[in-house]
Structure formats: C-alpha cells, structure tokens
Ligand binder design. Structure first.
Ligand SMILES: C[S@@+](CC[C@H](N)C(=O)[O-])C[C@H]1O[C@@H](n2cnc3c(N)ncnc32)[C@H](O)[C@@H]1O
Length: 253
C-alpha cells in the first residue's frame, strides 16, 4: 500500500491545481453514481479519503449530506478552504476508523484512495459497519490486472508498469469486501472525458501530485517530461484522450 504521509508533508499544496477535474468530468462521475446509488433522496453519504474535496460538494448537491473523512489534516484544510457547503462536513479519520455511527450512511465512495489504505480487511469491515444494509460502496481505484490506458503515463519509460505496481488485483479487493459483508454489484469502466489540452496537462503534471512520480527514477522523470514537452510543442491544443477508469460497486448485505 502506498504511504500517505506525503499528503501531509507536501503533496497537499498542489493537489487542488494539479488534480483539478473539469465540470464535464465531475458531471460524468455524478451521472454514473446516480445510476448506481439507492433511489431515495436525500441520501446520507461518506466520501472516504476525501482529500481536498474534489467530489464532496458535488455529491452533496446531487444526493444529500456528505461527510468527507480524511486522515491528512492539510488535505482537509484545503478541502475546507475550497468550498463551504451547508451539506458537507470534513472529519479526521480513515477507512479503518470511521468517526460515524453504525448503519448511519446510505452509501460511501472511495475515490483513488483504496490503494492508500494500510489495513484493507479492517477498512472493509469498518465500511460495512458504517453503511446500512442495502447501501452501496463505490470504489474507484486502479487494480493491477485492470489498469486503464493513461496517455501521459505512456510517455514515461516503464510508466504503465510502474503505475500498476502500486495496485493489487481486482479479485483481491473483491475477496476482502465479500469477507467483510459486501456483495459485488458489478465492475465497470467509466469513460472520463478529456481533461483539456496537452499543454494544460503538462502544467498540471509538473506539480507532481500523482503518487507514481515517487516511484520513477530521476532519469525516467526527465525522459518522460522531455517526451511530453515534444508532444506539446508539436500540438499544444490537441485534447488529451478520454480515459476508461475502473469502478467497483458493492452492496452491503
Ligand atoms: C489520491 S488522494 C484522493 C483524494 C480524493 N478522494 C480525490 O479523489 O481527490 C488519496 C487520499 O487518500 C487519503 N488516505 C490515505 N490513507 C487513507 C486511509 N487509510 N483511509 C482513508 N483515506 C486515506 C490520503 O490522505 C489522500 O487524501
């Protein structure tokens, strides 16, 4: 599991800018969530590993009150600085220790956070405690045997391979969740629209907010950025391709 300490030490500073979602990207995710979450409104939600709150206010707008739970204080502070939403609160905690009552949530999401969770079996049980029977858990994460093609990563030597090394296979996550009281609703990919132009992406990547940068050698980083600079110079306004990103949906038994 990737150590999260760097979110406390430095990565928090650039995360908002380096990982900004476009309105279309956010709307795409919310549309997918709408098709997967229980029908009633309002729904009580948990955004576990909420980081700087990229999804949290949009979840509240779409479904009802959301608690963002995040271990890194500085990421929480960034989230609070980003928006003050009447239906959003951010609490200290982790997937392994959720500061909420048993059965208090209709759903939980884990967006790009599962691979940071150190004790996954405990987290799966804790999520099952917090979410009521029939409630849903949406896990957007890499899985080592279901890695999406990411255009910019392919410009780095060993990029996709190094990225995959941060993740475990899908069946392992399924086994952990099933043992903890979840049933699998389905696995799918979500087509996330383009983030914008190549030139814009290069500027975001220079902020190095992706965990994978800590696993590349200095030479690999140099080579990757040189390659991206060439591609940007050749066609700066070319849109970055859309991405087909993994999403695992579970239901609390
Ligand atoms: C890649 S960020 C994603 C943040 C947010 N979900 C998003 O999509 O912008 C991963 C987040 O997981 C948090 N995290 C690390 N360990 C965690 C744990 N055990 N439980 C919950 N979140 C954790 C990190 O502090 C970090 O904010």
């Amino acid at each position: 599991m990737v150590k999260f300490a760097d979110y406390e030490a430095e990565r928090f500073q650039n995360y908002v800018q380096g990982r900004a979602l476009t309105r279309q990207q956010l709307e795409t995710w919310i549309g997918v969530f709408r098709s997967l979450l229980p029908a009633g409104r309002p729904l009580v939600g948990l955004d576990v590993g909420s980081g700087t709150g990229r999804y949290t206010p949009a979840l509240a707008d779409a479904f009802g009150p959301v608690t963002g739970i995040e271990p890194a204080r500085r990421m929480r502070e960034q989230a609070e600085a980003q928006s003050q939403h009447p239906d959003v609160r951010y609490l200290a905690g982790s997937a392994e220790d959720l500061p909420v009552e048993r059965g208090s949530a209709d759903y939980a999401v884990l967006m790009v956070a599962w691979h940071h969770v150190q004790d996954q079996p405990r987290a799966a049980r804790e999520l099952a405690r917090a979410v009521k029977p029939g409630g849903r858990l949406l896990v957007h994460s890499g899985f080592s045997d279901h890695m999406p093609r990411i255009w910019w990563l392919e410009q780095f030597p060993r990029g996709p391979e190094v990225d995959a090394s941060m993740f475990r296979p899908l069946h392992e996550a399924v086994e952990i969740f099933v043992a903890a009281g979840w049933r699998v609703v389905g696995y799918q990919t979500v087509e996330e629209p383009s983030s914008g132009t190549r030139a814009e992406l290069l500027e975001q990547l220079r902020l190095r907010t992706h965990s994978v940068f800590s696993l590349f050698t200095a030479d690999e980083i140099d080579a990757g950025f040189r390659r991206l600079e060439e591609l940007v110079a050749a066609d700066p306004t070319a849109p970055v391709p859309s991405q087909h990103l993994p999403l695992l949906t579970l239901e609390r038994r």
